[in-house]
Design a protein around this ligand. Sequence first.
Ligand code: F6P
Length: 553
Amino acid sequence: MNISSNSRAWANLIQHHEKYVDLSLRNCFKTNSKRAEQLSFSCGDLWIDVSKQLLEVETTELLFELAEEREVGRFFDDMFRGDVVNLSEKQRALHIYLRDPKIDDGEMFGDVSEEAHENLERMRELAEKLENGSLVGASGKRIRSVVNLGIGGSHLGPFMAFEALREYVNPEVEVRWSSGFDLADLDDALKGLEPESTIFIICSKTFTTNETLIAADNAKEWLLEGLGGSWDEELTHEEYETRCLSQMFAATSIQKNALSFGIRQENIFRFSETIGGRFSLASPVSLGLILSIGYENFRSMLDGMHLIDEHVRENRRNVPLLLGLIDVWNRSILGSNSLAIVPYSYRLRKLVPYIQQLMMESLGKSVSQKGERLGLETGGAVWGASGTDAQHSFFQLLHQGTESIPIDLIGIVVLPDDSQLHLGLATHRENLISNLIAQAEVLAFGNSLEENFDPHLKFKIVPGNKPSTVILAPELSPSILGQLVALYEHRTIAIGAIWGINPFDQWGVELGKKAAVQIANELYTENWERNFDHDSSTKSLMTRYREWYNSRR
Ligand code: F6P
């Protein structure tokens, strides 16, 4: 069913919007003293205030009716039950199973639980061996550093969590992260590491991603060179290389072909095809994270995810769904072009690129799961930066620009360090949260906050009426991080279900990957200019590259 053409709930929302097209947040708060209370919600340990969004309390009722009509609840029921919900790949979406404590307890349900339980046990053991010093490399030296090679969902999630949970990282173990082709990235990740005490995790769900496999080859070279020839004279070079690869590399993937890289079976953590890359934080994709923060903290993050999973499972009208409905309201009815994410926490700064992949790779589609054209705006751009840096970068546009850009302001009330460093009247903690709260207020009410503002000074007008959602967390712990991740996962899936698009596939990026491999192969073929069919721009760029490259070799 095409949502915009034959949906009663949609028609009601459009009609409702026409009635409130000139909605003023100033008036909304003035005429309804209970607005904040009616539009603020707790979800797990999070506090979520949507009262500064451009909507009425009545709007949320109509939005929930849309969700009912779009059978969003049934979509989630199907997903939780383990039915196929990813139609284009005929796949289930079982990431929620991975964080269920029943898996940890070995209680079997669903066909991924046995593998998932075994993976948790094995990752726990590996983390303990690394921590107690019994994990040694090919030459017998204690392993002290780990390098994760991965990209997209095999990098953004675990790396984000690693940065967010720095306070929980084992200082005895150096975990580094490298993604992409640029050798400078890998060089930086390897800087100062000792080959004999370094292991690599090849983190790739499909084990076919060029960036990761080429990085793995470079890492192998670095390792073999660094180990400087066989230390055991009886070994042939091949036997020596095999031993290095088998002991110094681990892989997290759904594929058996990690074995072909030379990684021994006990270092391969296979997981199910039903775990989407951008939904895989609870899977062995997080092996590098587990080795840095320890298994118990990882378990606590999973428990936080599970807390929100249960909130969604048990409540038809749940908070992630409401956030998703508001995104649809802003995007498809109010016509906003993007969503800004601004965590007021240095440690959460990598949450932005993580959510970018989660929401843009899930929602950047223009046809429904049934192949119908949707006839309305779907996934927009998701962007942002950590506050208060963002205030000195793009908040000017948010306050006085011609666009109305919805923004999520995420605040952590208690920062990990308890230093009461006083910067003026308030501690750095109060300063940070005060900026978050103040920005939400000024975005909503603009100059009306000022007494005797002179409206003739047109360049000084800050109109207000700019929508924001404030998400507050009491602290930044593994559980809270898990709750934030699950909140955005379910919000994203809900938006997909409302629009009728598939939040779990990513055919668009597959074509790009193929084109890149073709051009790379052509670029290094001698008489390539004459043999390959490209547009004049692509050919001229390839020519330019070849000329500059050849002139500098
Ligand atoms: O960006 C495309 C994509 O397939 C993502 O969905 C995925 O997270 C990433 O590439 C990496 O894929 P893999 O984990 O298979 O290397």
